[in-house]
Design a protein around this ligand. Sequence first.
Ligand SMILES: NC(=O)c1ccc[n+]([C@@H]2O[C@H](COP(=O)([O-])OP(=O)(O)OC[C@H]3O[C@@H](n4cnc5c(N)ncnc54)[C@H](OP(=O)(O)O)[C@@H]3O)[C@@H](O)[C@H]2O)c1
Length: 323
Amino acid sequence: MKAAVFKKYGPPEVLQIEELSKPAPKKDQILIRNYAASVNSADWRLRKPDPFAVRLVFGLFNPRKSKQILGVVFAGIVEQAGKKTTGFKPGDRVFGMTGMAMGTYAEYVCVAENGPIALIPHHISFNEAASIPFGATASLHFLRKANIQKGQSILIYGASGALGTAAIQLAKYFGAEVTAVCSLSNKDLVMAIGADHHIDYTIEDFTSGSKKYDIIFETVNKLSFAKSIKCLKAKGILILGSAGISETLRGILTNISAKYKVISGMAVEKPEEIRYIQNLMANGHLKPVIDKIYSLGEIADAHRYAESGHKKGNVVIEIRKPE
Ligand SMILES: NC(=O)c1ccc[n+]([C@@H]2O[C@H](COP(=O)([O-])OP(=O)(O)OC[C@H]3O[C@@H](n4cnc5c(N)ncnc54)[C@H](OP(=O)(O)O)[C@@H]3O)[C@@H](O)[C@H]2O)c1
């Protein structure tokens, strides 16, 4: 099978297409003929690596695996089911995530059947299915932690990215009033997926206004911590989706005061959440937002674009065209 591998950390060019042997599923796994993946911050952060702590997990000087395959999202067809699996059968259209195991920039991938995997709703294509889970699982994790309620006001900062576009749709689904912050070029996009208000951060600093929010969801780590806190209502919640160490520590200190609540940390993709997202996709509450589609051979270009910090929603890798 063809796969995009990298053997040393570095720029997008370290990603190379190689021919590898097709994996065989273990008893509790299913083998998926992969049609689409997506390029997310998890991928380019590991490749660079950024932050430095990535090296502690994946290898200090070079990736520990001699041929590391990136990619955390897959969308494809079950080709073979392991002997002890019961949930899926050959021919099923499935999508999901591989987490730290990664490996989805490849024509085949094996996943545990009890992991974050679900059937793709009939009207959703493989490319569309691959575009949704990364932003949706992370945003759902944080919105649930904030216990978002109907009628609350939420400001989503970095609203046109993968997390942002999912967060807008989920917050609307939960009944919140959504203010989306991104540049003017993305206004039509964020309004089309449900935002009630738009603020162009290039001409307006919302933190200098008087409006206060129940929740501020900062997805891109570009906002001043102190200024964001000032824009919260009493007992308001600041979600730091992309916090560094200093913001995380400030969040812990703020939580001690109990005046506001700060939520940060790692989102974990759970099987039940992928099924929840599948249901929202099936009912039209969660729509795919795809910026660009690349082939597997264009993986370096796709990484270059994804890490520019200005993609609109998601970047998809079409690994093979549907028959
Ligand atoms: N904690 C976790 O478990 C977890 C999980 C997943 C991801 N993350 C983190 O989440 C972060 C965001 O990921 P993503 O994939 O959503 O990002 P992304 O798709 O790359 O975000 C790009 C968007 O951010 C907007 N943007 C850029 N600069 C901005 C600014 N100064 N103010 C407001 N908006 C700005 C851009 O809009 P314009 O073009 O209009 O500027 C663009 O549409 C990543 O850094 C990642 O590390 C964390």
